[in-house]
Design a protein around this ligand. Structure first.
Ligand code: KG4
Ligand code: ZN
Length: 340
């Protein structure tokens, strides 16, 4: 039996997972909810919280999988992108553990982890797969050709989609994290009530959300004055129209890619993949082009170690090996995606 340990600590979730012979036997996630009162993640507090919880999580994961530490064959941990202090906790812990067990250590790119969340589903993506990764830090449109070849078609030139949700939510007083709150408020609104613009960029596959954010701000200031006193009854239309503009931009580029590239499947990943309107919109697009559609269960949309363990396992199977001194990267790991 092959037992793969995965560790994730790039932002405000600490997570430890175990995959035994392709089967996920534990995926424990501890979310740092205390950041809510600061209106965003405080990096130093995040690192400290990871340090406190990582050993108990590992013990629980082993117990749940009925394994002992000596049974672990490979250790995988997120090496970037993310908050450097937060990354260092999981990465250093993973490397030390692998070293002490004298087992291979596999550093995993957090974004590749998100891409692989689709592979945790029973019905897996088929190559080539058009994948949209939408999180708090990244917005990427990719073609996953094989386990070894991922091509980046487009990325955001400014804010990430999740970041736009969070910033607009803060602006209109909904608080943090903004995504789920905007989705909930938008349920009672008309997505066509306000025409917020979608950016048109030189690279047709790129995204831009900072102009959208500014146009929401301008709309609010013009309508409600500099104090931005928005009546609660107006929030559903504002949030629904904003959410619609973000999703329009994402779907527009995905459709362009489906017209240009012959893929077998379409998948969605990242924290924003929890958004039901987006899940449905991309599903409809995939159906229109007769492609298989894979979207992870909610638990695998946000940050989790199951996706890190799965991606690390595939890297291990490809025969790649790494030194125990592999470093953490706040940005994308070197040589990550081929750029179209
Ligand atoms: O992948 P993730 O957990 O962390 C990063 O790697 O960034 O993504 C977090 C992001 C946040 O910006 C959050 O507001 C957004 O995902 N998010 C959502 C929803 N749930 C979470 N955005 C829109 N709708 C949602 N339901
Ligand atoms: Zn993430």
């Amino acid at each position: 039996m092959m037992n793969v340990l995965g560790i994730e600590s790039s932002c405000d979730e600490t997570s430890v997972a175990i995959i035994s012979d392709d089967k996920l036997t534990a995926n424990l996630i501890s979310s740092q909810d205390f950041h809510v009162k600061y209106g965003g993640v405080v990096p130093e507090l995040s690192s400290r919280a990871h340090l406190q919880i990582i050993v108990p999580l590992l013990k629980d994961a082993l117990k749940q999988s009925a394994l002992e530490l000596k049974d672990i064959d490979v250790v995988c941990a997120t090496a970037g992108p993310g908050l450097i202090g937060a990354l260092l906790v999981g990465l250093t812990f993973g490397k030390s553990l692998a070293y002490s067990l004298q087992k291979p250590f596999i550093p995993v790119n957090h974004i590749e982890g998100h891409i692989y969340s689709g592979f945790l589903m029973e019905d897996k993506p088929e190559f080539p797969c058009l994948t949209l990764v939408v999180s708090g830090g990244h917005t990427l449109l990719l073609i996953v050709k094989s386990h070894d070849e991922i091509i980046r078609l487009g990325t955001t030139v400014d804010d990430a989609a999740g970041e736009a949700f969070d910033k607009v939510a803060k602006m209109i007083g909904l608080g943090y994290p903004g995504g789920p709150k905007i989705q909930k408020t938008a349920e009672n609104g008309d997505p066509k009530s306000i025409a917020f613009p979608v950016a048109n960029l030189k690279n047709h596959y790129d995204f831009s959300f900072s102009g959208l954010k500014t146009s929401v701000l301008r709309y609010i200031q013009q309508k409600y004055g500099p104090e931005k006193k928005i009546p609660e009854s107006d929030l559903p239309d504002i949030t629904a129209s904003f959410q619609n503009a973000v999703i329009r931009a994402l779907i527009h580029n995905a459709e362009r890619a489906l017209k240009e590239y012959d893929v077998k499947s379409v998948s969605l990943a990242g924290g924003v993949a929890a958004n039901k309107v987006l899940r449905n919109a991309l599903g409809e697009l995939a159906a229109k082009y007769k492609k298989k559609y894979v979207v992870p269960d909610f638990v695998y949309c946000g940050d989790n170690a199951a996706m890190i363990a799965y991606r690390g396992y595939k890297i291990y199977q490809s025969g790649k090996r790494f030194n125990y001194d592999f470093n953490a990267f706040p940005g994308l790991l070197p040589g990550t995606f081929k750029v179209k």
